[in-house]
Design a protein around this ligand. Structure first.
Ligand SMILES: Cc1cc2nc3c(=O)[nH]c(=O)nc-3n(C[C@H](O)[C@H](O)[C@H](O)COP(=O)(O)OP(=O)(O)OC[C@H]3O[C@@H](n4cnc5c(N)ncnc54)[C@H](O)[C@@H]3O)c2cc1C
Length: 501
């Protein structure tokens, strides 16, 4: 084959088609041939409908038209996640895609809030955040690009139909030269010398050889896990939910511009509003509730008529020891899975794609520095997300066996350290890249009852009365700004109306 590097993507779920689309958009077809193999008979996992703002970056990177993409995937906007009953029963807070307040002099806004909170003169932290106040009013507007305007202090993500998203990307990628091969892979052939993957065999008998294989085969992890025997680093002792039951329901009047995650006795329930329906699921620890009881609890807590029978999915929290081994890179569920509480899986697919493109070998021989760098970056991303998710579990009332288990477990040292630092003076060490930024940590800490005992000394500079005045002025500005946002449902039906399914 003409000296081109032959890339074979195995799997056509969200991960496979995102990867294929990125290859179509960015790789020179004279140097790379890209094929995607998928089996309609096996199908996709069919969930994964809440995203992070980075998905907009990915779509922009491809050059997708936002309105077209949203209409094609029945999408709505997402300003954050509302957590209900986390911390204590009856509590609710929103983890926003935006910032709290504005920096004042040397210190960040949070330090001033922490100081006023200790003095008893602050409103709840969440009142000082534009996207939260807008979300609670069920309103939406696009950021206006003016860095001085509080109405610009947010980003947004999407709720989308996972099946339609993969279909949309497939059309897009095939139109740009990606070759799709339909059929089930029944055998994987390894090179006798160095153990790399040489080819896969389809049920039809066709043999598909390649230089680089991208494993997007879902939980099966057909190439990386099964063939190359790269094991899973098991984190289920920290993240004990191992099952989910999912069901779509009829769209309800509550067309919220946020995902809802409601804590339940053996896990939590998601609610994701789309244009044509609402996605729902109960993520649970099977040790603490049966599948039937979980399905019954889910069906009893829908806000619209169920549109299908509940479907059970199994998983284990963890990541593969190496996401790139030999000539195989895993993306999506084939590379690992951390439960969907913070909608991080599609983001991790995106991170893997961006690093694959950056580190892509130019020839079949692979410099070991490339997988080493890929694995280093992905490990960091997974570790940080893991800690952030565990925080949601640990900061709760121990009001049921699952919650007794997780509130008394030994934490990773990295998370223990973060909690201690935050309690001390509200410090949240920031990362240069990746998830999650200080606002996210502050939201979950404070939302679940962990507040700083003292404030950063840099926030001493304003006199009490001036600080109180500024806080009042800020919440008034935010409340006023929200009035210029539109009803979310009306905004979506004007901006990106989806055809009836
Ligand atoms: C309960 C739950 C809720 C989730 N919620 C979210 C969320 O809100 N947000 C988020 O970002 N992520 C979420 N995720 C994760 C998200 O669903 C996945 O990350 C995403 O869908 C990518 O899946 P995938 O493409 O890796 O795998 P899949 O969708 O399973 O695709 C696997 C592909 O491999 C193919 N395949 C497998 N074996 C073979 C074979 N032998 N031959 C040929 N083809 C084969 C299949 O046909 C399919 O095309 C959730 C996951 C679960 C389990």
């Amino acid at each position: 084959m003409s000296g081109r590097l032959d890339i074979v993507i195995v799997g056509g779920g969200t991960a496979g088609w995102m990867c294929a689309a990125a290859c179509a958009a960015k790789l020179d077809p004279r140097r790379y041939r890209v094929r995607l193999l998928e089996s309609e008979e096996i199908g996709t996992v069919g969930v994964g409908e809440a995203t992070l703002p980075q998905m907009k970056d990915f779509n922009d990177f491809l050059g997708l038209d936002e309105r077209e993409f949203m209409a094609a995937t029945q999408a709505s906007f997402k300003l954050g996640i509302e957590f209900v009953n986390w911390g204590r029963q009856g509590d609710r807070y929103i983890h926003p895609f935006g910032t709290f307040g504005r920096p004042v002099g040397e210190a960040d806004f949070f330090s001033y809030w922490a100081r006023a909170n200790i003095a008893g003169t602050a409103a709840p932290l969440f009142d000082y955040c534009f996207p939260i106040v807008m979300a609670k009013a069920d309103r939406f507007m696009l950021p206006n690009g003016n860095p001085d305007d509080v109405r610009n202090a947010f980003s947004y993500a999407y709720h989308l139909d996972a099946f339609l998203y993969a279909r949309f990307l497939r059309r897009w990628a095939e139109a740009r030269g990606i070759e799709r091969v339909e059929g089930r892979i029944v055998d994987v052939e390894r090179d006798g010398e160095d153990g790399r993957i040489a080819a896969v065999t389809m049920a039809s008998g066709a043999r598909v050889a390649g230089d680089l294989f991208i494993d997007c085969s879902g939980f099966r992890s057909l190439l990386l896990g099964q063939t190359l025997d790269v094991g899973l680093e098991d984190w289920s002792h920290w993240l004990p939910c191992d099952s989910a039951v999912a069901v779509p329901s009829a769209r309800s009047d509550a067309f919220t511009p946020y995902t809802r995650a409601t804590r339940r006795s053996a896990g939590w329930q998601w609610r994701i509003p789309l244009q044509h329906r609402t996605g729902n699921g109960y993520v649970y620890a099977s040790r603490h509730i049966s599948d039937d009881a979980a399905a019954a609890a889910l069906l009893a807590n829908l806000d619209g008529e169920a549109l299908a029978d509940p479907r059970v999915l199994r998983f284990k929290a963890g990541k593969r020891h190496q996401g790139w081994s030999h000539n195989c890179i895993a993306m999506g569920l084939a590379g690992g899975f951390l439960e969907p509480l913070e909608s991080t899986s599609i983001y991790l697919v995106q991170v893997a794609i961006m690093h694959m493109l950056t580190l892509l070998p130019a020839e079949p021989a692979i410099d070991p520095a490339l997988p080493a760098e890929f694995n280093r970056v992905l490990d960091i991303e997974y570790d940080r997300i893991r800690d952030f998710l565990i925080l949601h579990y640990v900061a709760n009332a121990a009001d049921a066996p699952l919650w007794e288990q997780v509130t008394s477990m030994k934490l990773p040292d990295t998370l223990r350290d973060r909690i201690d630092r935050f309690r001390h003076r509200g410090h949240v060490p920031a990362y240069r890249d990746g998830l999650f930024g200080p606002t996210s940590w502050q939201a979950v800490f404070v939302g679940q009852g962990i507040v700083p005992q003292a404030a950063d000394r840099l926030a001493d500079i304003l006199p009490d009365a001036v600080l109180a005045e500024r806080l009042d002025a800020l919440s008034a500005t935010i409340a006023y700004g929200v009035q210029s946002a539109r009803d979310h449902a009306a905004f979506v039906s004007d901006y990106c109306p989806a055809p009836a399914p």
